[in-house]
Design a binder for this molecule. Sequence first.
Ligand code: AMP
Length: 282
Amino acid sequence: MTRVVESVAELAALRSVWLAQGLRVGFVPTMGALHAGHASLVRRARAENDICVVSVYVNPLQFGPREDLARYPRDLAGDVKLCESVGADVLFAPRDDEMYPAGFQTVVDQLHLPRLLEGKARPTHFRGVLTVVLKLFNLVRAHRAYFGQKDYQQTVVLRRMALDLHVGTEVLVLPTVREEDGLALSSRNRYLSVKERKDALCLSQALVAGEALIRSGERRGSAVTHVMRARIERVKKAAIDYVACVDPETLRPLKQVGATSVLLVAVRLGKTRLIDNSLVML
Ligand code: AMP
């Protein structure tokens, strides 16, 4: 049975018991509307730890004023079912007033990483992510936390935060789970119309084309992004936010592709903004 916990005090009480018993805690932070991508993280957390905690919290602080906070999909009943099916012990679903009580004013930010890539279109996004994840880390005090490569920049930002702030939780990153045709699973996919769902394939196809070009010997980052861009531009309704070939740690654009690079795309289809990436290791 998955126990649904809504209050910080209840979570703190459970955590004290786990710590006293020397149990190892695995943690999967999410925004809910859980799908097979989330499930892969929960399964891993379940397998590698004594206790598995999943959080479901649509964090207002990481949404910009014109973003989809109000319409972001919420399905707590479905989330509880999924958590039960994969053996999560606790689903922590705090209310806003538990996470951001009156008077709240402390935030976590970084100097450079949050300004790149996603940060250009979403300037306050990573400040919100960093703040809520550190809060959740402090509340759950897990041994390990599991994140998806799907949000590549987020994994870099969070690993950096864990190092910089001496966070005692180990950050682990698992591969992106995809539909059979290549579309990365995302809670936002449910916004897509039938036509947009077809068009959305241009993201993963651009990544495949970029990777193929690198594997065929191309080393100029600009040539790789050119091919990826061209693949996306074949879809009339696709508006490119960015197409990038970057260093996996600094996230700076690569003039020359080295042993490891990351290809990233962000594309708007109608009202829905999708992201995807692939890590290319030669
Ligand atoms: P979200 O609920 O979208 O904030 O995502 C919660 C966690 O699930 C993040 O670490 C995401 O990177 C991860 N995640 C989302 N989609 C996928 C996917 N398709 N495959 C693997 N992990 C994912």
